[in-house]
Structures are given as structure tokens and as C-alpha cells.
Write a protein that binds this ligand. Structure first.
Ligand code: AMP
Length: 350
């Protein structure tokens, strides 16, 4: 946990210009904060369009936030930094953990998101039903999905149904220098079902878990394959990718909601035990429902996910909890505001 922060400073909400930054800063403005965007020069034209961004730090590359000049500006503006997927994609765990700017949520848990073994441990400790992990290519008996480590956005994944097809897929990645050896790959049983992503928010301030929204991803090319006839599909040489291009809103059968909450609550409980101070703020459980309506969690994100961008004006679920339109970005700012009023900022920052 961070230092106890109890003064009446005017805080600025800061984030990297990408992923869900518009939603985060708009929400911060709605809750009365100043806003700051760390913006790559090449994206200035886009972010200049939005008047809820008060200040920008222009950088050539995002890892400049570790440099003295950037750190000083963040300190001068009393910035609280909101992490998202771009931070994980651009920086390693050591760099993230070295960030000195007050960091919303638990920066230590991001290591558990990017390391597949730690990730599996946290999911198992939370008693989530996960697809079977296959230790060796020699053990592949059923259809499997072979993944890269880290938040690759589904890029480079391939399917394998035996050792031979695994080696064929791995060879391609080795040739492209995407991986250095086969051990860089993670083999998981493929579950046939419909992908579903749950957006949660856990507040340590009122010790409550909120389901803020649900989405499914729109992935190229897996979602494109069905648009061509089977005879043409058979002629496609290359492996279809799982590259996320956008998100589609989803509402669940109401009878499934109880389990959705129970899964999230178990996750929060085990995160508290394994990675103190626990799963503060937004997170996402990601998986598929099979034909029996059984949910298999294959991933989690221990921070805000881009699927929440759908619900700038609230979702069918956040609308059940809040009387005002509540995006995930705004929810974060609301948490910071309340924690500050209660002099409990130290509980939500690391
Ligand atoms: P991920 O990067 O793990 O979120 O996975 C990217 C995409 O791969 C998902 O959105 C799913 O379409 C698919 N996927 C990942 N793991 C599995 C699995 N075990 N079974 C079926 N589909 C999966």
C-alpha cells in the first residue's frame, strides 16, 4: 500500500493516450477533476479534438513517463495515474512497478496478469473453472489454442490438434522471430462456446463488487471466417488470427448473473490474500459459455479493459446500481473522489 495521502490537494487524473483514455478522462472531468493526457506526438491530432482534456504531456514514446521531466510534471499537477492495457503492452513489470506517481489500483497485480503461470494460479485459487492447461506438446489430444505470453491482443495465437500441428504453428512463429523457443508458448484446451467478458469494479472503500457491463470481442479474422463459404475456408493457408478490432455489447440471461457475481467475489477474495492490497478498481474475467451454459474462464485483466468503452453513458448493469450515467472511467474518478473525502486515498493507490 502507498503512503497515507490525507490532504486537500486538487488532484489531476492522468493516463496514457490510447486504449480507453477518452473514457477515463471524460469520466474524470464529469466528477470534477483536472485531466492530463500523456500523448504520443503522432496522435496529437486525434486527442486535440476533445475539450475535456485540460493538459497534455507530449512524448515520442510512452516509456518516457519514467523520465525525470515527465515525472516532475506529473508530481507538479498532483496527478493520479490510471493504468490500462497500453501500459502493459509498452512496459515490463519492473518498469511499471518503478512508477512513482500515485497509481490507481494495485500495480503489483499486473505482474499476475502478464505471467501465464501466476495468472493460472490466481484463477485456480479463485476456484474459477479454467480450460485445461496442457504442459507439453506431447500431451495434446484434443483441439487446443496456443497462446503467447502477455497482452498480445490475440495476435499470433494458433490452433493445434496434435504434436505435429503444434510444431507447424510454432515453426512459423520462430521464423517470424515472434518467439525465441517453443517454451514461450502456452497451450490450453480449446473450449467451443461463446466468448463473454465481464467488467467488474471492486471498491475497497465500501467493500463491494459491482458488475458494470459485459461485452464480447470482435476479432479478425476468426469473426470473419464465417462470412465465406466452407469450400473457400478450406483453401485458406494461414492460421486465422484473434486480433481484437472492437467490442460488441452483450446482456446475459438473468439466471446466469448470480454465478457472474460469485466468480468476481471469489476473485477479489483470493487476490486480497495472494497479492495485497488485492483487486482494487476495475477488472475483467474473460471466457466462454459452452453448450451447457457452463462458463470457462481463460483469462483475466487486472485493470480497466477496452470493452468498457461501449458504455460511456452507462450500461444495462451499471444503470441498476447508479442513478447517473456511469462509465467505468467515471467510476474510477468517483472512487478517487470518495476515498479522498473519507481520507482513505492510501487504500486505493499504490
Ligand atoms: P485472449 O487473448 O486469451 O483473451 O484470447 C483471444 C481470443 O482467443 C478470445 O477472445 C477467444 O476468442 C479465443 N480464446 C482464447 N482462449 C480460448 C479457449 N481456451 N477456448 C476457446 N477460445 C479461446
Amino acid at each position: 500500500m502507498g503512503k497515507k495521502i490525507v490532504n486537500k490537494k486538487v488532484y489531476t487524473i492522468a493516463t496514457l493516450g490510447s486504449h480507453c483514455s477518452l473514457q477515463v478522462l471524460k469520466g474524470a472531468k464529469e466528477e470534477g477533476f483536472k485531466t492530463l493526457l500523456i500523448c504520443e506526438r503522432k496522435r496529437l491530432n486525434l486527442y486535440k479534438k476533445f475539450n475535456f482534456i485540460d493538459e497534455m504531456i507530449v512524448v515520442e514514446k510512452f516509456n518516457e513517463i519514467l523520465d525525470k521531466a515527465c515525472k516532475e510534471r506529473l508530481a507538479k499537477t498532483n496527478s493520479i495515474f490510471i493504468p490500462h492495457g497500453t501500459l502493459i503492452a509498452y512496459m515490463n513489470n519492473k518498469q511499471i512497478e518503478s512508477i512513482k506517481t500515485p497509481f490507481f489500483g494495485n500495480k503489483w497485480i499486473l505482474r499476475w496478469e502478464s505471467d501465464r503461470k501466476l495468472k493460472q494460479k490466481l484463477m485456480e485459487e479463485s476456484r474459477l473453472n479454467t480450460p485445461k492447461y496442457i504442459r507439453s506438446k506431447n500431451d495434446i489430444e484434443k483441439l487446443c489454442i496456443v497462446k503467447l505470453h502477455g497482452a498480445a491482443g490475440g495476435r499470433g495465437y494458433f490452433l493445434a490438434s496434435d504434436k505435429k500441428t503444434f510444431e507447424k504453428g510454432a515453426k512459423k512463429l520462430l521464423e517470424q522471430k515472434t518467439i525465441e523457443n517453443e517454451d514461450d508458448l502456452y497451450i490450453q484446451e480449446y473450449v467451443i462456446g461463446v466468448p463473454t467478458y465481464f467488467h467488474y469494479f471492486y471498491s475497497p472503500i465500501n467493500d463491494e463488487l459491482e458488475l458494470m457491463g459485459i461485452d464480447r470481442r470482435y476479432e479478425s479474422d476468426v469473426d470473419a471466417i464465417g462470412r465465406i463459404p466452407a469450400k473457400n475456408q478450406l483453401c485458406i493457408e494461414s492460421e486465422p488470427s484473434y486480433n481484437v478490432v472492437g467490442n460488441i455489447p452483450l446482456v446475459l440471461r438473468e439466471s446466469l448473473l448470480e454465478e457472474v457475481y460469485a466468480m468476481g467475489e471469489r476473485f477479489v477474495k483470493s487476490a486480497k490474500r495472494l497479492v495485497p492490497p488485492g483487486m482494487t478498481g476495475p477488472f475483467c474475467l474473460e471466457g466462454v459459455y459452452d453448450r451447457e451454459g457452463k462458463f470457462f474462464t481463460f483469462e483475466f485483466s487486472a485493470r480497466i479493459v477496452a470493452g468498457t468503452n461501449l458504455y460511456l453513458n452507462g450500461s444495462p448493469y451499471s444503470g441498476l446500481i447508479f442513478d447517473k450515467p456511469m462509465s467505468m472511467g467515471r467510476r474510477i474518478a468517483y472512487e478517487i473522489k470518495r476515498a479522498n473525502m473519507k481520507k482513505r486515498l492510501n487504500e486505493i493507490l499504490t
